[in-house]
Design a protein around this ligand. Structure first.
Ligand code: ASP
Length: 581
């Protein structure tokens, strides 16, 4: 090896030793007769001291060193006169006797320091330099630790890691597929897996019993902070289990990760019915770091002559603790925020519970103080609180109030990154009505089993059928989801029928799976965790980008390698995508 030690390990116990270090020049200070240089590698930072008075050659070399030069230095470990208690190597320095420049470096386009001056685009273009910075590298180290702990936990429970193919055909997880043209099968395409769903189910038919894979999945969706076109799942499947078993095993995994990686004892994870999550929080992934549950007001506000409430399917609100002091301007600003097209509220009603005990609403014309007292009682409001109320169609208004609740959570500082509120949401509906296509879609995916007692409803009230499906939510982010599967050909065929597939289409697309069900398919179920999201929550980040070594930007581009890009005409011809004229 070129070095005897790393830049992070030398301390007072090494005094007097002759050592050789390799690394990058972080910064250098020339103080006339003495030059100080900080050399950095993945493990830390070590201060070098050059006595340039006595050695002209050393002086020349040390002066030629720029930021990010790659160097190899040999010298003696000595005690520093002014110590730095902030870093592990802060008590020593290396009195350099020899230095080699292993590679010169151009001046980097931004500062390679914890706080950098580089903008997002620039850092993305030079991602390999951004990855030299501690905060980014630490995220990847954290991710690595998590992956190791996932493997440890699952291996101990007899899960077998199996790789499934990447060139497959479409798996319906509700997004568009990325496709790859096949040169050998002109005009035909592979699809990249949106998940290994069908393969893991087939592994259960094969008797693998417990499978897992930390696996790349691909979904061609519009991108957001927590979405990338390619992402990683901790994908699992188990045979001879019921929902309860899966919840227990993966609650165990979640607790194991929090304990071993973050030293946090999560305790037992609460569970909530999907229907309650929607009613109380207007979301299937409620952020339980704070309360502010929805309060439905239909019974006490209707019939008093206020048309907006009278005509609404649902009048529902939240109580913002301590916000009665909001000025008119602040309330108006909040209303404007709600009126943006993304949320689309037409108006917000509010009621202040003033410190002096009086109640003042924006609809005082219709509601007297007694009635407002009933409102306050419904909200459990106290002096100093501000009740915020929306009205409209039930589904829409719940979604809007969810946005308002989260925003108030932010404004009141109730969404602390170091607080973790995990939750199982269970009993999801099996089907979801899609306005655009005018038919039902599988809410999870078409392989999810309905609750046996609800199967009869498939013909009469499909929207009311509940599934054996569950999600793990942490701090308002969906971390994982799964279901008990259908393992019976007839039920699977019925499911496809309800999803609008003709028997021929179902056979063409998923015949292989239904055929497999006829060869002894065990009852099975599974789950997948979004590994990037979980890592970003562990790292306290809003975006998953910085727990991914080489992420794509919001337009799905890798600006470093400049991809996607066009391909040569000849390649297109060979792939029969387009022939040259
Ligand atoms: N395949 C599902 C998904 O990717 C997870 C599962 O059902 O196991 O969301």
């Amino acid at each position: 090896m070129l070095r005897t030690h790393t830049c992070g390990e030398l301390n007072i116990s090494h005094l007097g030793q002759t050592v050789t270090l390799c690394g990058w020049v972080q910064k250098s200070r020339d103080l006339g007769g003495t030059t100080f240089i900080d050399v950095r590698d993945r493990y830390g930072l070590t201060q070098l001291i050059f006595n340039t008075d006595t050695d002209a050659q050393l002086r020349e070399k040390s002066r030629g060193l720029g930021r990010e030069f790659v160097i190899k230095v040999t010298g003696n470990v000595i005690e520093r006169t002014s110590k730095n208690t902030k870093i592990p190597t802060g008590e020593i320095e290396i009195a350099v006797t020899d230095i080699d420049i292993l590679n010169a470096a151009k001046l980097p386009p931004f500062l390679i320091e914890d706080e950098t001056d580089g903008g997002e685009e620039l850092r993305a273009k030079y991602r390999y330099l951004d990855l030299r910075r501690n905060p980014i590298r630490n995220n990847l180290v954290l991710r690595h630790k998590m992956a190791q702990e996932v493997r440890k936990y699952l291996d101990a429970l007899n899960f077998i890691e199996v790789e499934t193919p990447v060139l497959i055909k479409s798996t319906p997880e509700g997004a568009r597929d990325f496709v790859v043209p096949s040169r050998m099968n002109a005009g035909e395409f592979y699809a990249l897996p949106q998940s290994p769903q069908t393969f893991k189910q087939l592994l259960m038919v094969s008797g693998f019993d417990r499978y897992f894979q930390i696996v790349k999945c691909f979904r061609d969706e519009d991108l957001r902070a927590d979405r990338q076109p390619e992402f990683t799942q901790i994908d699992c499947e188990l045979s001879f289990v019921e929902q309860e078993d899966i919840l227990n095993i993966f609650e165990g995994l979640t607790r194991h990760l929090f304990k071993t990686v973050k030293g946090i004892d999560l305790g037992e994870l609460p569970r909530m019915l999907y229907s309650d999550a929607m009613r109380l929080y207007g979301s299937d992934k409620p952020d339980l770091r704070f309360g502010m549950e929805f309060v439905e007001l239909n019974d006490i506000v209707k019939g008093k002559g206020f048309g907006i409430f009278d005509n609404a399917e649902l009048v529902v609100g939240i109580n913002a603790k301590g916000c009665a002091s909001y000025t008119r301007k602040q309330v108006d600003e909040l209303t404007e925020w709600l009126k943006r097209p993304q949320i689309g509220v037409t108006g917000m009603i509010y009621c202040r519970y003033n410190e002096d005990g009086t109640l003042k609403s924006s609809v005082d014309k219709f509601y007297n103080e007694d009635e407002l007292t009933n409102w306050a009682a419904a909200f459990g409001a106290e002096k100093g609180d501000l009740m915020l109320i929306l009205a409209g169609g039930a589904d829409k208004v719940r979604k809007q109030l969810n946005e308002l609740r989260l925003e108030m959570g932010n404004r009141l500082g109730l969404r602390d990154k170091d607080t973790f509120a995990p939750l199982w949401v269970i009993d999801f509906p099996l089907l979801e009505w899609d306005e655009e296509s005018g038919r039902y879609h599988a809410m999870h995916h078409p392989f999810t089993s309905p609750k046996p007692e609800d199967i009869a409803l498939l013909d009469t009230n499909p929207g009311a059928v509940r599934a054996n499906a569950y999600d793990l939510v942490i701090n308002g982010t969906e971390i994982g989801g799964g279901s008990i599967r259908i393992h019976d050909r007839t039920l699977q065929a019925l499911m496809f029928k309800h999803l609008g597939f003709s028997p021929e289409e179902a056979q063409k697309q998923f015949g292989f799976l239904m055929d497999a069900f006829e060869y002894g398919a065990p009852p099975h179920g599974g789950i997948a965790f979004g590994f990037d999201r979980l890592a970003s929550i562990f790292a306290g980040l809003d975006s998953i980008r910085d727990v991914i070594a080489f992420p794509k930007n919001n337009s799905g581009r890798d600006v470093m390698i400049d991809s996607p890009s066009t391909i040569a005409e000849a390649q297109m011809t060979e792939l029969k995508i387009k022939t040259t004229v």
